[in-house]
Write a protein that binds this ligand. Structure first.
Ligand code: GTP
Ligand code: MG
Length: 309
């Protein structure tokens, strides 16, 4: 992202530094926004709601300073334990953030869930910037979203509301400039060459999970998690060998993920390996197997471990 250069701090002037939480309903485009703003694939994306399960940090370095975005799981009302945990991750990020980017899908009716988010954000409205997203879609209706905001989040002025497309990179720069305007002066939190703080094994697991989610249907995308069993540097640091497992909840899901003649798991492995090799400076050799951890979504230690970060 080339956030405007002309406002660079003068000699001796402090940099701006802010933590920005990205909040919104599942599938609003939070992770897509993060990737576009950072100019790198930081957070995985899929059409399935509740793709993101952790607070994932992506870093935008501009001439005025640094914005550390925290991508969060989609805010979804549900009594299920796993959903409650995901909702908590989004909620917990609010007090520690200097600014909040609230993303709304312009191609969906706002509805009750959106009202709950707007209500939650009205308490911290002075640090909220809104992105009305997916305006590239023919079905997008930004006007009713603006009316919704005027009713439910009237504290946020017009000049903090942007009609954007996270996917097509439309109107992202002005929104970043506005976030910099809200940023306090301070030391930057990460070295300027950083665009994420994720560990290598977590990033690899996430890319595999993305390919698995994008290749499967119905309940399977949500029944998946990825375990990295082993990482080994080989050939004098030229190759990273990864032994990993795609874990599902039931035997029937296992056979679907493997597919006829193992075609599905091969496709997931090939796609993941290709993308991993674009991201990392060394060659990645991926070994991927499927296993069952019965009803893992009801097991506290597993969901605790998966959502920790
Ligand atoms: N047309 C269009 N599609 C978008 C845009 N932004 C995101 N999408 C699509 O919307 C879907 C959800 O995007 P994500 O970025 O995963 O959404 P999210 O808010 O991170 O979702 P969760 O992690 O599930 O809460 C994906 O299919 C994206 O390709 C956009 O600006 N335009
Ligand atoms: Mg996401």
């Amino acid at each position: 992202m080339s956030e405007t250069k002309q406002n660079a701090p003068a000699e001796g002037e402090k940099k701006l530094s802010a933590v920005v939480a990205i909040i919104g309903r599942p599938s609003a485009g939070k992770s897509t926004f993060l990737n576009t703003a950072c100019g790198e694939k930081v957070s995985i994306v899929s059409p399935v709601p509740q793709t993101t399960r952790n607070a994932i940090r992506g870093i935008v370095n501009g001439s005025r300073g640094q914005l550390v975005f925290v991508d969060t799981p989609g805010y979804h009302e549900s009594d299920k334990k796993f959903n409650q945990l995901l909702k908590g991750i989004a909620h917990d990020r609010l007090p520690e953030s200097d600014a909040i980017l609230y993303l709304i899908d312009a191609a969906r009716e706002p509805g009750r869930e959106e009202e709950l988010i707007a209500k939650m954000l009205s308490r911290v409205a002075k640090k909220v910037v809104v992105g009305i997203n997916k305006t590239d879609l023919p079905s997008a209706k930004p006007a009713p979203v603006r009316a919704f905001l005027a009713l439910h989040l009237p504290e946020v002025p017009e000049d903090r509301i942007f009609e954007i497309s996270a996917e097509k990179d439309t109107n992202i720069d002005p929104l970043l400039v506005r976030l910099f305007d809200l940023a306090p002066e301070g030391d930057i939190l990460y070295p300027e060459e950083f665009y994420t703080d994720q560990e290598v094994d977590f990033r690899i697991a996430e890319i595999i999970r993305e390919k698995a989610m994008n290749n499967t249907r119905q309940e399977i995308p949500h029944a998946i998690y990825v375990e990295i069993a082993d990482l080994e540097m080989r050939r004098n640091g030229k190759e990273l060998w990864v032994r990993s497992f795609l874990v599902v909840e039931r035997e029937s899901q296992k056979s679907m993920v493997i597919g006829k003649g193992a075609a599905m798991i091969k496709k997931i492995r090939t796609e993941a390996q290709k993308e991993l090799n674009e991201i990392f400076p060394y060659h990645i050799q991926l070994d991927l197997q499927v296993k069952v951890n019965k009803n893992w979504r009801q097991k506290d230690p597993i969901i605790g471990r998966l959502t920790k970060r």
